[in-house]
Each structure stands twice: as C-alpha cells, then as structure tokens.
Design a protein around this ligand. Sequence first.
Ligand SMILES: NC(=O)c1ccc[n+]([C@@H]2O[C@H](COP(=O)([O-])OP(=O)(O)OC[C@H]3O[C@@H](n4cnc5c(N)ncnc54)[C@H](O)[C@@H]3O)[C@@H](O)[C@H]2O)c1
Length: 232
Amino acid sequence: MDDRRSAARRDGERRAAREGQPVPPATVGRLPGYLRALEVTASEGAVLTSSDELAARAGVTPAQLRKDLSFLGSYGRRGIGYDVGHLREQITVVLGLADVRRVLLVGVGNLGHALANYAGIADRGFVLVGLLDVDPAVVGTTVAGLEVEHADDLRAVVRRTGATIGVLTTPAAVAQGVCDELVAAGVVGILTFAPGALRVPAHVDVRTVDVASELQILAFHDRARSVGGGAS
Ligand SMILES: NC(=O)c1ccc[n+]([C@@H]2O[C@H](COP(=O)([O-])OP(=O)(O)OC[C@H]3O[C@@H](n4cnc5c(N)ncnc54)[C@H](O)[C@@H]3O)[C@@H](O)[C@H]2O)c1
C-alpha cells in the first residue's frame, strides 16, 4: 500500500473509531453514490476533483456533499478540491469495505441468478462465497462459478465460507425461516428482496430492496404533480 493509500486508510479508521459522533444514516446512504462518482472520476484519469463536480456526478448539491464529507473529517482544500484517491480510500474504510466481505445468496431463482452474475458486487469489495436453494433441479448446478448447495446445509456453508452477509431471494413465504437460519448461523447483515418485514435480533442489520414500493413512490409523486399538490 503506498503512502497516500495508507494515510487515507488511517484517516478513515480514525474517523470510524471516533466515538460519540456517528456518521448520520442519511450521510451513510449517500456515501456509496460518492464512491461511484469518484470511481468514474478516477477512471477518467483525474487526480483532483471539486465539490461542484463531484456533487453534480452524485446528484446532490455541493453544500450537501461538503457537509456529508465533513463527517468523515474531509474538507477538501480551497482552490484545489479533493484528492480523488484519498477520498475514495476514506469512504471505502468508513463504509467498512476496506476488507472484503463474504456474501451468501439463498434462493437461486430468477432474481438470485441475476444477482449472482452481477459483476458489480465483486467490484465493490464483496465476494460471493455460496449459493443455496432447495429445488433439486437447481442444487448441484453451477451458477457464477459456484456450485449451488442445499439450503439444509446453510449453517455448514456459513461456517466453511465465513460469510457474514446473506442475500435473500426466496419466495416471501419462507423468507423469515431462512432469515432465522442465517442469523443462527452467525450472519450479521441481510439484504432481502422478498416482500414483507423480517424480524431479527438487534445485532443484525436488514436492508430491504423493493422495486414495487419504489415504483409506488414514483406514482405518488406523479399523481401529486398532476393534481397540483406538492409532493414532499
Ligand atoms: N424486491 C424486489 O424488487 C423484487 C423483484 C423481483 C422479485 N422479488 C422477490 O424476490 C424473490 C425471488 O423472486 P424470483 O422471481 O427470483 O423467484 P423464483 O421463484 O424464480 O426463485 C426463488 C428461488 O427460491 C428457492 N427457494 C424456495 N424455498 C427456499 C428455501 N427454503 N431455501 C432456499 N431456497 C428456496 C426456489 O427453489 C427458487 O429457486 C421473491 O420473494 C420475489 O417476490 C423482489
């Protein structure tokens, strides 16, 4: 690791370790967007970027960007801007992506196949280490270079692979049961695509992706515009 990378890592770790001043959840939610914007900037060969440019790329205002980055202790330099490599490294550390996270996917149907083959997961610091299903037609097949294992072996697979994050793409009816199994196996983060809320203990984080709900929110804003009311 060169000097700049290790300095950024130290900054990020210092930030992550700072007590009493957690990064607000809304800021955390925008950090992946900043990271993506920085990756595009870096791919164009730029070493420095301004808050205006980065904010435009990430779809936020420059003031919002500066405020968010200030929580990371990153203020940029007047007239110079932000060091792209340093900021990328810092955000990577704060998001907990400096170390590769092992991910297990349960339910290798339509969505599971698509996600398993999504290269963006590996590009962002995650490694898919296991695929599980119950369908005899799916178990034993190879998807994205991994052999699909039977969901009955979930605990053994978590033990063997060291997975800490589970992606749930099973039918809704079995999602809670699979979630319970993942938690019992030691998984601490669950990304679920199955409709419905999951109950988990306090030490486990759940993120829900629901395309239909997102569309409903767009429909709400569309309707509010057409009836002349203000959507907030
Ligand atoms: N959140 C979203 O935006 C979104 C979009 C599409 C689908 N979905 C949801 O994602 C889930 C998957 O959708 P799909 O179209 O891929 O369905 P699918 O039927 O193609 O795939 C589901 C897979 O889960 C497996 N499965 C069933 N019970 C299991 C268990 N106990 N353990 C392990 N695997 C099990 C099935 O064998 C099948 O391979 C559904 O709950 C669906 O409603 C969500």
